[in-house]
Design a binder for this molecule. Structure first.
Ligand code: SF4
Length: 505
């Protein structure tokens, strides 16, 4: 669609709305051709108020929407910019919906972290989480079911903030190896068999980075509040390697403040008793066993070397060895899956009784085999029906959403949501999604995110992506961590929920 902007340059905002309401269209901001499919987005400031008008002509239909700021525009640049952008998005969204009749689940919300809108609304208006849900529905045209997700996740975010001190950080350790590659994967992970030669040098480089990072953490007086060993599939490593890694971590990093230590056990085809024992001995308090589906036919199509019954055996073994917080991931919309199939998977997972269930939606990413792979991928409506069933069933089974993010490249524009039973939220997951504090990452593909909670400013330090280049550049990777020295955590600006607020929720 040819799009012309007047009075502003919020291309990204307009483009995101276009993709969400007209998924088959792409934005063209340069063409001046008169065409059948054309949009005009304007923004004006009159007497201190902003006004955005969008006009769209599409396949013989025409629509217009006008949105005005309800009060004078803020003087502060960041706030003013945010409000002007909101007006542009809303007018473009309303005109688009008038043409197509589609109303996407996330309405005019374009970012991947919609919960931040809810936490900000609560903080700025001393509002209740349920009022934040109403605000999202009213002002951003978010579906009520998504407003509810955000309100619960916002509440969890405030709960998490209450647990954090100014010098707390989290530590992420990356193990970029997997036993084989899943069809939907676009991650940099390498198959252990193919990259076998790299595993030992990789672990040596990683241990060196952990040692140096530990020194830095000590020098800066930071407290490691959560640790997350993720991947890839960390349990692709042998039990001895896992023990060695966790011992190195404990020896070099003071874990006395650590209240949550997660290891992604990931794929059941890597879960063995000796590995689980090594993880337990190493201090993990939480593991993730990820079926994605409990249907053998779907597991086969996506290239996982295990069955639904292997998942049940792994789960029983983990329980026997004393893991009392277990997460399980499912994906809605896997190739060849159906609504009935997804229901079956969720119900079988619920029967196992994990504390956390994360429901992802399939993302069709470049670099995965799903692109041009001839897979039968469920459409947006089917995925929507899977998620609707998931919401009802998980609420009924006393799970609540505690973190979420909007997923890109999904049929239907849906989200990934972490659900938990009371008292079992993963603090790490909330911290990373809501950017509540800094996450120091080690290993290939690791991205250290330094959060200044006062200004909301975030700085990133990128490690090399692939194991080979990570190994070769370990000295410069370690040296780059010294940027963390500049980091000063300034304290929280978000209002904390009181016990009284929660009673009203
Ligand atoms: S387990 Fe995860 S990281 Fe590994 S291949 Fe599958 S999707 Fe990719």
């Amino acid at each position: 669609m040819n799009i012309r902007l007047a009075g502003h340059d919020y291309k990204y905002a307009v483009e995101q709305i276009l993709l969400s309401v007209f998924p088959e269209e792409r934005a063209d901001f340069r063409s001046t051709d008169a065409t059948e499919n054309l949009a005009l987005s304007t923004l004006e400031v009159k007497d201190g108020y902003g006004v955005s008008i969008s006009k769209i002509r599409y396949k013989g239909k025409a629509a217009e929407a006008v949105v005005e700021s309800p009060s004078p525009l803020p003087v502060e640049k960041i706030l003013r910019d945010r409000e002007l952008q909101r007006l542009v998005k809303l007018s473009f969204y309303r005109a688009s919906v008038r043409i197509t009749g589609n109303s996407p689940p996330w309405g005019a919300v374009t970012g991947i972290r919609p919960v931040k809108l809810a936490t900000r609304y609560i903080a700025e208006n001393s509002a209740l989480p349920s009022e934040a849900a109403d605000f999202l529905v009213r002002e951003y045209h978010v579906a009520p079911s998504r407003g509810k997700l955000c309100s619960y996740a916002a509440e969890a975010s405030f709960r998490a903030m209450e647990q954090l001190n100014e010098r707390d950080v989290s530590l992420y350790i990356a193990i970029p190896f997997c036993p084989s590659r899943c069809a939907y994967c676009s991650f940099v992970s390498q198959s252990v068999e193919k990259a076998f030669k790299l595993v030992t040098p990789y672990m040596n480089a990683l241990k060196m980075e952990i040692e140096q990072t530990g020194k830095l953490i000590k020098k800066l007086g930071l407290n490691v509040k959560t640790v997350y060993i993720g991947g890839g599939t960390p349990t692709s490593l042998s039990a001895e390697m896992l023990s060695d890694l966790m011992e190195t971590t404990a020896k070099n990093i003071d874990l006395r403040s650590c209240c949550e230590y997660t290891v992604e056990a990931g794929r059941p085809d890597t879960i063995t008793e000796d590995r689980l024992r090594a993880i337990k001995r190493g201090g993990a308090t939480r593991i993730s066993i990820n079926p994605q589906s409990m249907r053998d036919c779907v597991l086969e199509v996506i290239g996982r070397n295990h069955t639904g019954s292997d998942i049940e055996k792994s789960f029983a073994l983990a329980r026997k060895l004393g893991f009392d917080v277990i997460n399980m991931d499912l994906i809605a919309g896997l190739p060849s899956d159906t609504v009935e199939g997804f229901k079956y998977s969720l119900n079988r997972v619920l029967e196992l009784g994990p504390e956390n269930i994360t429901v992802h939606t399939l993302s069709i990413k470049r670099g995965s085999r799903l692109i041009n792979g001839g897979y039968e991928i469920p459409g947006g409506r089917t995925v929507g029906a899977m998620l609707d069933y998931g919401f009802d069933t998980l609420y009924e089974n006393n799970f609540k959403p505690y973190y979420l993010y909007k997923q890109k490249f999904t049929p239907g524009g849906y989200e990934n949501t972490g659900w938990s039973r009371a008292g079992t939220d993963s603090l790490y997951n909330i911290c990373i999604m809501e950017e509540l504090h800094s996450i120091i990452s080690v290993g290939a593909g690791g991205v250290t995110k330094l959060v200044d909670a006062t200004t909301g400013r975030i700085e990133r330090i990128f490690n090399k992506k692939y194991p080979r280049e990570y190994i070769d550049s370990i000295d410069s990777t370690v040296a780059a961590k010294s940027l963390i020295s500049d980091y000063r955590h300034k304290g929280f600006t978000k209002r904390q929920l009181t016990a009284d607020d929660r009673k009203h929720f």
